[in-house]
Ligand binder design. Structure first.
Ligand SMILES: Cc1cc2nc3c(=O)[nH]c(=O)nc-3n(C[C@H](O)[C@H](O)[C@H](O)COP(=O)(O)OP(=O)(O)OC[C@H]3O[C@@H](n4cnc5c(N)ncnc54)[C@H](O)[C@@H]3O)c2cc1C
Ligand SMILES: NC(=O)c1ccc[n+]([C@@H]2O[C@H](COP(=O)([O-])OP(=O)(O)OC[C@H]3O[C@@H](n4cnc5c(N)ncnc54)[C@H](OP(=O)(O)O)[C@@H]3O)[C@@H](O)[C@H]2O)c1
Length: 435
């Protein structure tokens, strides 16, 4: 935004940047645990304009990632544009376009455009409806989990971890290390292809073995054959047999869980169906006595500052053109509100460039009807390509998405030039608005 010459103000609830990557972030929203390392390699995750330091490992820990974001802000002199410890409590559309914001202090500020980048992995989604019955032990969501001793002492306890996403893998693996929990159970309501962090001696997402022109079906067969040879079959480790193909779910990456399952420190269980005191019952009729349940059941997409009649994401579903723009407004954009196969940051970087072009009148959006039509096609494809689940409502393929963004930028620039040629007086200067 600043590169494009826009007057830009950023409000940040916390006392520092880094969001999710700041362990024990003062904003109370970080889902980091003490042992968290990224699971997309640093080469994948880094901004194109600001590579991570060469001496960083392939999969740095959360504190190095938080330090990297600090470095980014300093390198581009962005700190002076950020008002720290300033939470946006309400965002209301103005009659003339733009938004009126109410800050936690009660102050009000007005802007011609609003860019929302409030993250989508901070509002815990508990099983809904709740698992039937009552549990008399400890229950927590993975959002609250910090380590085996905080916020609850899970060490030496019998612990059930629910879910097959990356939070479940990390937490079950950590608790399942010898000498930590007494016994860990991992409840999966469906199977998952658990991927290692490395393949062929490289971070798994750095392998480019298959030419991009190969049909998706051929790539899938080769990938599943590789998995069978290199890893085995998920059901050999006691996990449910996946009923979907390897490329039809958000990747579950864990270097440890299969070893922990193979060692018996973690025992695989099917879906949790009932709680009764400290006894938990599973869909295959078996039951276990446990002291604690960790629900690693994902996150809700939330915008507490919007009136739900304006913007809400029931069941994590918020259709947006290119995962950025609502159909009916040109003054509101979302950044990072996507679940890529790949990392979020380079996507957010590319999205930001497009938004800056829109707000400085160099890019023009297609009509509301075209945005809707395009988005509906994307939704149909997503539904067809991925397992139906709340975690796949905004799934996208990193490379395909970046190419599509590039093509649409060109098309929108042409629209903007045509409009400027037709009605030059409507072409405004970039510095007019406040974002
Ligand atoms: C445990 C875990 C591990 C992950 N690992 C990876 C990974 O390896 N690779 C990857 O690509 N992604 C990963 N993700 C996804 C993660 O969402 C992104 O990495 C990243 O944190 C998204 O950045 P963001 O800026 O969109 O959101 P966040 O990091 O959540 O940052 C949002 C920011 O907005 C601020 N904010 C929120 N609401 C307000 C408000 N009302 N007013 C003012 N400020 C506000 C917050 O304080 C925060 O600083 C992981 C997620 C989790 C939960
Ligand atoms: N090391 C890392 O870098 C790391 C660590 C943790 C998380 N992350 C990232 O953070 C994001 C969130 O990950 P996450 O693992 O917290 O959430 P997630 O990916 O949404 O996974 C949630 C899991 O819980 C299951 N689930 C949801 N509701 C359930 C219910 N009612 N009963 C039983 N199971 C239920 C889901 O199953 P279904 O598939 O059947 O819906 C899924 O297996 C992802 O982008 C992930 O990659 C990264």
């Amino acid at each position: 935004m600043i590169d494009a010459g826009l007057h830009c103000q950023c409000f940040e609830k916390s006392d520092r940047v880094g969001g999710n990557w700041v362990f024990k972030n003062k904003n109370g929203q970080s889902s980091s645990y003490r042992s968290l390392h990224i699971n997309t390699s640093r080469q994948r995750m880094q901004y194109r304009e600001f590579p991570m330091p060469e001496d960083y490992p392939d999969y740095p820990r959360h504190d190095l990632i938080a330090r990297y974001f600090d470095g980014y802000v300093d390198a581009f002199d962005l700190r002076r544009h950020i008002r720290f410890e300033t939470s946006v409590e309400r965002a209301e559309p103005r009659a003339q376009g733009g938004f009126r914001l109410t800050l936690a202090s009660g102050e009000r500020e007005e802007f011609d455009a609003l860019v929302v980048a409030n993250g989508h992995h901070w509002d815990p989604a508990w099983p809904d409806p709740a698992i039937p019955g009552e549990f008399s032990g400890i229950e927590l969501h993975s959002h609250a989990y910090l380590d085996p001793d905080e916020p609850h002492r899970l060490r030496d306890k019998r612990v059930l971890v629910v879910g097959m996403g990356n939070s479940a893998m990390d937490i079950a693996s950590e608790l399942g290390h010898p000498g930590v929990a007494a016994q860990v159970f991992l409840s999966a309501r469906r199977g998952a292809w658990v991927l290692p962090k490395y393949a062929f001696g490289k971070p798994i997402d750095q392998n480019r073995l298959l030419p991009p022109f190969l049909p998706a079906g051929v790539k899938r067969v080769i990938a599943e054959l590789w998995y069978r040879l290199a890893v085995g079959r998920p059901e050999d480790f006691g996990l449910p047999k996946p009923e979907h193909h390897l490329d039809q779910a958000h990747p579950t990456v864990s270097p440890d869980i299969l070893t922990r399952l193979g060692s018996g420190d973690v025992r695989a269980k099917p879906g949790l169906v009932r709680r009764d005191g400290k006894r938990v019952h599973f869909s295959d009729g078996s039951s276990e006595e446990v002291d604690a349940i960790v629900y690693a059941t994902g996150y809700k997409v939330s915008f507490p500052f919007f009136d739900p009649s304006l913007i809400s994401a029931k069941d994590n579903d918020l259709p947006l053109f290119l995962r950025i723009f609502p159909f009916d407004r040109d003054d509101l954009c979302f950044i990072g509100l996507a679940q890529p196969i790949g990392a979020v940051m380079p996507l957010a970087e590319a999205q930001s460039k497009l938004v800056a072009e829109l707000l400085s009148f160099r890019y023009e959006l297609p009509s509301a009807a075209e945005r809707k039509q395009h988005t509906e096609r994307y939704r149909r494809e997503t539904l067809a390509n991925y397992v139906p689940s709340r975690r796949h409502t905004m799934q996208l393929d990193f490379e395909q998405y970046l190419s599509e963004l590039g093509r649409e930028t060109e098309a929108g620039r042409r629209r903007a030039r045509t409009r400027a040629a037709r009605s030059p007086r409507l072409t405004r200067s970039a510095s007019e608005g406040r974002t």
